[in-house]
Ligand binder design. Structure first.
Ligand SMILES: O=C(O)CC[C@@H](O)C(=O)O
Ligand SMILES: [Zn+2]
Length: 537
């Protein structure tokens, strides 16, 4: 009783001042320590002639994830090819194996290619020349941004040429009246955020990997992140794209208009296509005004049901100022403590919530938040909490959520699942998986974007463990399909998940994807072995 009273008192004091109660002094750092190497090769064929008869949500008759794909019959790089690339990209056609090392492997260290050539164009014209040449020579290309993807989509599988957007990092225009930014694809998300913040705007997306990821990669993977609840997905905020097609033609759809109903919205094809349909070279994006008042609260809940009620309450009482509603479970907290030495800012609870409000009037926002927290506390939805209004403390609270991925990489080999579900079901999957795996897993954790119905289910083991993997899959996909969920909410399919697409898409949709691929990239040179399942033929 006394404990509860003290905790309530702490939250009440926090409410009175709307200021942080804990000395949140840990350092906020970036990512990540890598793990083991493995390449989950699956059988591959060509997708040029897509006819598919698979049924949605059936477990039988799926491609075996255990078999290795063959390298498709692309050409191999010759001295003449190298001479061409060196001529058009002086000093930027990299063949040094040491320099290639980090571009060949994903940051999880789970997929490793063997590319011998890294191209670093600076302009759209250079990308166009590269692709025109590769297409005519039948050379496969792996477009690469910040290489922060989690599904093996951003690294070569074999010897594909790596086409990096790292040197395409110029901001082209910014309109301070409309808030529309146009920039090259290789701009780092955090740099764009800093640029905009100086001008009283923000990017409509924010991710843990912001310090490394490129906006072109964000768009190519339709990255979601922490602000989606408030600002929506990139499918809404991206207004225009410039894309170089497989044969080198430049598709200029770099519109900067809010409204344009002149026929098909072709840019949508490239958003989330993971570099399989074209290389995004420039982006125009609608940016929100920078909120002048931001608050972050970190709360503890006894049950997931209470957490969901807290979410409902926050939507009702915080309304338009609610900008994020994220969660992590106590297992995540344990890993943050153990591996990153992050201290829990409140008392131990089974579930933790990060709520952010963003508005333009600190008094109004503070009052709303105050009433919401009082209600959440008096109706016993939350048992403890702390509030932050200052920048450094807001960052510290956010890091409890943003750094879970990093903590997991220290725990062991990590099997990652990024699942969309009806929000009331999302934690049931974690509970069922724990029960299903018993002591075969080291840790089974759940966290993610409650506000978007997006669960990150991660399972760790001391080392790569095929028996554990066989216990997780297809169990996790069957479970997801039984709720009409999506097996990839925001991370894409890449290399690792491509053959599971039928759990979330009807076979006709997959067949049409194959047709579109065949139309835009008839030789299949763009990011082969990714996104599309192997059985499209
Ligand atoms: O590592 C993961 O599973 C999730 C990463 C990212 O999408 C996040 O929301 O933190
Ligand atoms: Zn996420």
């Amino acid at each position: 009783m006394a404990g509860i009273f003290q905790r309530s008192l702490r939250l009440r004091t926090a409410l009175r001042h709307l200021s942080p109660q804990s000395p949140l002094s840990w350092t906020v750092t970036g990512r990540h320590t890598p793990l083991d190497l493995h390449c989950p090769f699956l059988p591959s064929t060509s997708w040029q002639f897509a006819v598919c008869s698979r049924k949605l949500h059936t477990g039988a008759d799926r491609p075996s994830p255990a078999a290795a794909p063959d390298r498709l019959p692309f050409s191999r790089i010759t001295q003449e090819d190298l001479a061409f690339f060196r001529k058009i990209l002086p000093g930027r056609a990299v063949t040094d194996p040491d320099l290639l090392e980090s571009s060949n492997v994903d940051w999880l260290k789970s997929v490793k290619g063997s590319s011998e050539l890294l191209l670093r164009p600076q302009t759209t014209e250079e990308v166009s020349q590269i692709l025109k040449y590769c297409n005519s020579r039948n050379l496969a290309v792996n477009p690469q941004g910040g290489n922060t993807g989690l599904v093996g989509g951003s690294v070569p599988v074999y010897d594909e040429i790596i086409l990096s957007t790292a040197l395409m990092n110029n901001i082209l225009t910014f309109d301070s009246i409309s808030g529309i930014l146009t920039c090259q694809a290789g701009c780092v998300l955090e740099n764009l955020s800093l640029y905009l913040e100086d001008r009283d705007y923000i990017m409509p997306l924010d991710l843990g990997a912001k310090g490394s990821c490129h906006i072109g990669g964000n768009v190519a993977t339709n990255a979601g992140g922490l602000r989606l609840l408030r600002y929506g997905s990139l499918r809404g905020t991206v207004l225009g794209l410039e894309v170089v097609l497989a044969d080198g033609r430049v598709l200029d759809c770099l519109a900067t208009l809010r409204k344009d109903n002149t026929g098909y919205d072709l840019k949508q094809l490239f958003i989330g296509s993971e570099g399989t349909l074209g290389v995004i070279t420039s982006v125009s994006i609608l940016c929100p005004r920078k909120p002048t008042s931001v608050n972050v609260v970190f709360l503890g809940c006894e049950t997931f049901e209470q957490l969901l009620k807290t979410f409902q309450l926050s939507r009702g009482m915080l309304g338009e100022i609610l900008s994020a509603f994220e969660f992590l479970d106590s297992e995540c907290m344990r890993l943050l403590n153990t591996h990153l030495k992050l201290r829990n800012p409140i008392s131990d609870c089974p579930f933790y919530v990060v709520i952010e409000t963003s508005g333009s009037d600190s008094t109004h926002d503070g009052e709303k938040l105050h009433h919401f927290l009082e209600e959440a506390m008096t109706s016993s939805l939350v048992t403890d909490g702390t509030v932050a209004t200052e920048d450094s403390k807001i960052k510290a609270l956010w890091s409890m959520r943003e750094r879970v991925t990093e903590a997991l990489t220290h725990d062991g080999f990590t099997y990652k699942y990024d699942i969309s579900l009806p929000v009331e079901r999302i934690y049931q999957l974690v509970t069922d998986m724990r029960e299903h795996l018993g002591d075969r897993a080291k840790s089974v954790v759940g966290y993610g974007h409650v506000g978007d119905g997006n669960l990150h289910l991660n399972v760790t083991s001391p080392a790569k463990d095929p028996a554990l993997l066989a216990a997780i899959e297809p169990f996790v996909y069957e479970w997801t399909a039984s709720c009409n969920g999506s097996i990839s909410a925001e991370h894409g399919l890449g290399l690792k998940k491509r053959n599971y697409i039928y759990y979330s898409k009807p076979s006709l949709a997959v067949a049409l994807m194959g047709n579109i691929k065949a139309m835009l990239d008839p030789k299949g040179i763009l990011n082969p072995y990714k996104t599309l399942p192997d059985d499209l033929k």
